[in-house]
Design a protein around this ligand. Sequence first.
Ligand SMILES: Nc1ncnc2c1ncn2[C@@H]1O[C@H](COP(=O)(O)OP(=O)(O)O)[C@@H](O)[C@H]1O
Ligand SMILES: [Mg+2]
Length: 170
Amino acid sequence: MSFNKNLRTRFYDAYDVSYVMQFISKLATMAEPERRDLPGFLGEGTHFQSFELDSMSLPLAINVAKTSFARRGESALSRWKEAVKVAQSLESASLVPPMDVINAFGLTVLVMPKGKVVSKSGAKVVDALLQDTAKALGQAGLVLDDYPQIREAEGIPFIIDWSDLGFLNR
Ligand SMILES: Nc1ncnc2c1ncn2[C@@H]1O[C@H](COP(=O)(O)OP(=O)(O)O)[C@@H](O)[C@H]1O
Ligand SMILES: [Mg+2]
C-alpha cells in the first residue's frame, strides 16, 4: 500500500530540524516531572514522554526517551535505533510512520507525525494493515513486542509506540 508515501512526503516537507533541535535543547534543561507542565505535553508511558510541536505544516510528536529507557545502556540503545531505521525503510509495513531518531543534548528522541484518534474509516483498515506490518517486520527480522498503539494523521493510521521494537534473533 502506498498510503504511507503521502505521510512521508508531508513529514519531510514540514520537518524543520533546527526548530526541533531548539525544542529538544529546552527539554534537556528540564527534569522529567517538570516537562509534564509544558503546553504541548501529549502523554507518557514507561519509556517515553511525548510533546506536540505544531508550528510546522504537519504537527509533530517529539518523543523523548525517559532516563529509564536510556539506562538500558549504549549497546541496547544503538540496537534499538538500528531496528527503527530498518523498520522505516520497509515500504510494505503500512503502519510504520516516517520517523527520525535524534541524539542531542544527552537525549534520545523519536520524531514522527502527531496522531489523532483513529477515524471510523481508518479503523476499518487497521486489522489488515496490522497483519501487513507484522509480516513485513518479521521478514526484516524485526518484532514489535508490544500491543500496537495506533493513531492517525492526514487520514493515515500508524503505530506511535516503537519503544519495544527489536531484532528477532539478537
Ligand atoms: N505520534 C504521536 N501522536 C500523538 N500522541 C503520541 C504520539 N506518540 C506518543 N504519543 C503520546 O504519548 C504517550 C506515550 O508514548 P509511547 O510511545 O506510548 O511511550 P511508551 O513507550 O513509554 O509507552 C502515548 O500513549 C500517547 O498518548
Ligand atoms: Mg512503549
